[in-house]
Design a protein around this ligand. Structure first.
Ligand code: NI
Length: 226
């Protein structure tokens, strides 16, 4: 499931990150790509040991942890610390690729299986031309370009690319998440059920049927969570 979630970051957080990125020292983006992906990747990133990256990671992770929609859609178990990238000038695109299935935490403490990939847009779409995230989904090709502070999540198993930026610069944070629920169709059913339950609760309150269905949601999560 490909899903866009608006305003994951507050405007003040977007402003803080943009201010930090004015001082950024960008390095070659191929350092974090797998062997296949590196052959088609042509962008820039913040280096792993960069203090700016550490500050941005704190802001982004804090925002993700407080967002109930993100939690419901992703059911995160482990989030690999987000990266930050830039597409502009000569380093302006990322060809068709798939994300590596397995990653390691930067300190080597754990392996993270990428179930869900996410791109958090850090500047507005009117600041650049091109730079669309193109994801091949079961429903066909989806092209995504969101306002600053909004995030798109999609299965890490999908083939995707970023089209060339032909004007301005595109700034984004991207990340890989191991979900408690490995199967994308199970995640989808849980998300749809949770959203329906939210609406039922608003319309009818905590009726005994709502309580019973909530119990079924949690029992399914118990059964499917690894
Ligand atoms: Ni990718």
């Amino acid at each position: 499931m490909l899903l866009s979630l608006p305003d994951v970051l507050l405007d003040s957080e977007v402003a803080s990150i943009q201010a930090l990125l004015k001082k950024a020292q960008w390095v070659d983006g191929r350092t974090t790509a797998g062997i296949q992906a590196a052959t088609v990747k042509n962008n820039q990133q913040l280096a792993e040991q960069d203090q700016l990256l550490a500050q941005i990671r704190r802001i982004v992770l804090q925002a993700l942890h407080r967002d109930p929609l993100f939690f419901s859609a992703v059911l995160p178990d482990k989030i690999l610390p987000p990266f930050v990238n830039r597409y502009s000038g000569e380093t302006n695109h990322y060809g068709l690729h798939v994300d590596n299935a397995m990653r390691s935490m930067p300190d080597g403490s754990a392996r993270v299986r990428a179930d869900v990939s996410a791109t958090l847009f850090l500047n507005d779409p009117d600041e650049y031309d091109g730079g669309e995230l193109v994801v091949q989904d079961v429903f066909g090709e989806q092209r995504v370009k969101l306002k600053a502070g909004s995030i798109v999540i999609y299965p890490s198993s999908s083939v995707h690319s970023v089209t060339p930026v032909t004007r301005g610069e595109r700034l984004a944070s991207f990340m890989f998440i191991q979900s408690m629920v490995r199967d994308v169709s199970h995640r989808r059913m849980l998300f749809d059920m949770d959203m329906a339950l939210v609406k039922l609760r608003q319309q009818y309150g905590e009726t005994s049927e709502v309580v019973q269905l909530t119990g079924i949601y949690h029992n399914l999560l118990r059964q499917w969570a690894l």
